[in-house]
Design a protein around this ligand. Sequence first.
Ligand SMILES: NC(=O)c1ccc[n+]([C@@H]2O[C@H](COP(=O)([O-])OP(=O)(O)OC[C@H]3O[C@@H](n4cnc5c(N)ncnc54)[C@H](OP(=O)(O)O)[C@@H]3O)[C@@H](O)[C@H]2O)c1
Length: 248
Amino acid sequence: MKRALITGASKRIGKAVAGFLAENGWSIVIHFNSSEKQAKELSETLQSKFPNQSFAIAKANLLNTDEVTALILNTVSRFGNFDLLINNASVFNGGSIKETSVDLFEMQMNVNFKAPFILMHDFAKHCKKGNIINLVDTRITSNKSDFAAYSLSKKALWELTKMAALEFAPQIRVNAIAPGVTLPPADNNENYLNSLARKTPMKKAGGVEPILKSIGYILDNNHLTGQLLFADGGENLGTPPGYANREK
Ligand SMILES: NC(=O)c1ccc[n+]([C@@H]2O[C@H](COP(=O)([O-])OP(=O)(O)OC[C@H]3O[C@@H](n4cnc5c(N)ncnc54)[C@H](OP(=O)(O)O)[C@@H]3O)[C@@H](O)[C@H]2O)c1
């Protein structure tokens, strides 16, 4: 049976990815940190919809190195080796370089880069074959510093994706997806999302569908490794001509 570990899978994009993989026959380990109730509900919902697959939950605070290093080992000892690691969990806090405290920098780097590094290392060591998919962000193509530590953590994760793709091939394929305007941050709404989306070539928020289709493409294409799929409606290309005039 195909089995995946998805980090931060209890809500939002991670939850949609879990639903997509479940519909495609995967058993899933739903990782969570604070959202235990949502993780349990998701596992129960998926279990009743797909009774021949399994949907377990696993808690780990990705800020805590001991908990990160235990996650893959515990997963393997509970279920055996698994085939797919999706590094989805992340923290997203703003601040220019001058505004970024050491604590903020460490939080962003530890959850968004150090934890995926350890999980990829452990997946390669213990599971030995399969796929790794890292969720980065279309922001990695820009040098805007409004989310300096976040953007740098995702730039580093993309560099790690390529390095790992080279080192782990051919047994493990490693790819990344760069979402753009997808869901509003937890503390903001659809209006905020739409105001951002209007500045992108496709002019509207993509929702989770482009990410799910990208995951399907990566899994189907068994010669693809070290690649970045933009699920961003063209945002990485820049702002379309005439945008500034239209906004006035
Ligand atoms: N949303 C967008 O529009 C967008 C745009 C570009 C890129 N992305 C990328 O796509 C991915 C998913 O985005 P999202 O908006 O769905 O993410 P999110 O809701 O901000 O976070 C996903 C999960 O990360 C987990 N997490 C945070 N801190 C953690 C910690 N210390 N230990 C363990 N888990 C932790 C949380 O789990 P608990 O709730 O269990 O604590 C949370 O549910 C992220 O990698 C993000 O960078 C998203």
